[in-house]
Design a protein. Structure first.
Length: 345
């Protein structure tokens, strides 16, 4: 797929099927309650999985998706900080997830410095405890990473603004490690709300990654959010081109990171719809597709998720997801049922 053809696809996606990043001090995670002292907040996500295996035998396990605790606060005047750890060994913990400082005097020119989420992709920048399905889409996991990165970002916009922008210079390397080249990646995001019920947006990333200076990475994406009363629809498309080495895996489903040599062009999308009923019950349907190499025919993978979210209260949520997975070339038994309980504190 040529860059020109891919760009045309993105423009079409932006036109017909495009949530802004709901960032609290550049993250969309949690906010300090006051300027007095440190606030301790967090959430846990114990879960049970039942899944098919390639040998034809089903398996199940109790596990932990995330177990995170954060220290955050505001320093008079105009400075805030955020530090978060993940304690779940199933996610490689204990591990430092976020650690950044934000200068927020000016609504249209806030500055964040440290380790934080890359300003790329709608779903990637949805807080983990706010995801509508238990796992992020495979296209986002594979193409928008590294999810957290080290760098500096300038961003702006008020809660009621029609425009929000984010522009960052980042290492674009494995989280928690020093960059291994002198090049950096430029990442950006812009969202616009022309109507009360509509938000559209686009994002990009370009730069050098890894040890070799000829490893280049390009990302382009478009997104859409529609809100009608208790009904919510979201969609996103991502296009990725890598020259030199690249990685796969490392997403929300716990797939290990693998390193590959040689260039590749990949793309993917998802669309999801949900409705909040008067019984605090929210059915969700999500369709996603991922192509790991657009130059190979019959190479895409489709995942259809049927889910339901039940909110016991403001801090407690139960999620149940059935994920039907279909591989275009050779389908394998790998469907999955996941039950997750989330408590915030």
């Amino acid at each position: 797929m040529t860059f020109k053809k891919s760009l045309s696809t993105i423009v079409l996606t932006l036109s017909v099927a495009f949530m802004s990043m709901n960032l609290a001090n550049a993250q969309g995670c949690m906010e300090a309650s006051s300027d007095e002292g440190v606030s301790i907040k967090g959430y846990i996500q114990p879960q049970w999985e039942y899944y098919q295996t390639t040998d034809g035998k089903d398996a199940n396990s109790f596990t932990f998706n995330r177990a995170r605790i954060a220290a955050l606060g505001n320093i008079p005047y105009d400075v805030s900080y955020f530090v978060m750890m993940d304690l779940s060994k199933f996610k490689g913990g204990p591990e430092l997830i976020d650690a950044f400082v934000t200068y927020n005097r000016f609504d249209w020119a806030k500055i964040t410095f440290g380790q934080f989420k890359s300003p790329l992709s709608l779903e990637q920048n949805t807080a983990c405890q706010g995801l509508h399905t238990i796992y992020r889409s495979k296209a986002v996991d594979e193409l928008a990473g590294p999810q957290r990165d080290i760098g500096a970002m300038i961003f702006g916009g008020k809660a009621d603004s029609k425009f929000h922008y984010y522009l960052a210079v980042m290492n674009d390397y494995a989280r928690g490690f020093e960059d291994e080249n002198n090049g950096k990646s430029l990442k950006g995001r812009l969202t616009y709300s022309p109507l009360d019920f509509l938000q559209i947006g686009g994002s990009f990333a370009y730069g050098e990654t890894g040890v070799e200076s000829d490893n280049e990475k390009t990302r382009l994406g478009g997104e859409l959010q529609l809100t009608f009363g208790n009904f919510l629809f979201q969609s996103e498309y991502l296009w990725a081109d890598d020259t030199g080495n690249y990685t796969t895996g490392g997403g929300c489903d716990g797939t290990p990171i693998e390193f590959h040599t040689g260039g590749v062009t990949r793309n993917g999308y998802y669309a999801q719809a949900m409705y909040m009923t008067s019984w605090n019950l929210q059915p969700v349907v999500k369709l996603e597709s991922f192509d790991s190499n657009v130059d190979i025919d019959d190479n895409s993978e489709t995942i259809l998720t049927f889910g339901v979210n039940y909110f016991l209260n403001e801090w407690t949520r139960i999620q149940a997801n059935y994920r039907y997975k279909a591989e275009q070339l050779l389908e394998i038994p790998n469907d999955q049922f996941v039950l997750q309980v989330q408590v915030k504190f």
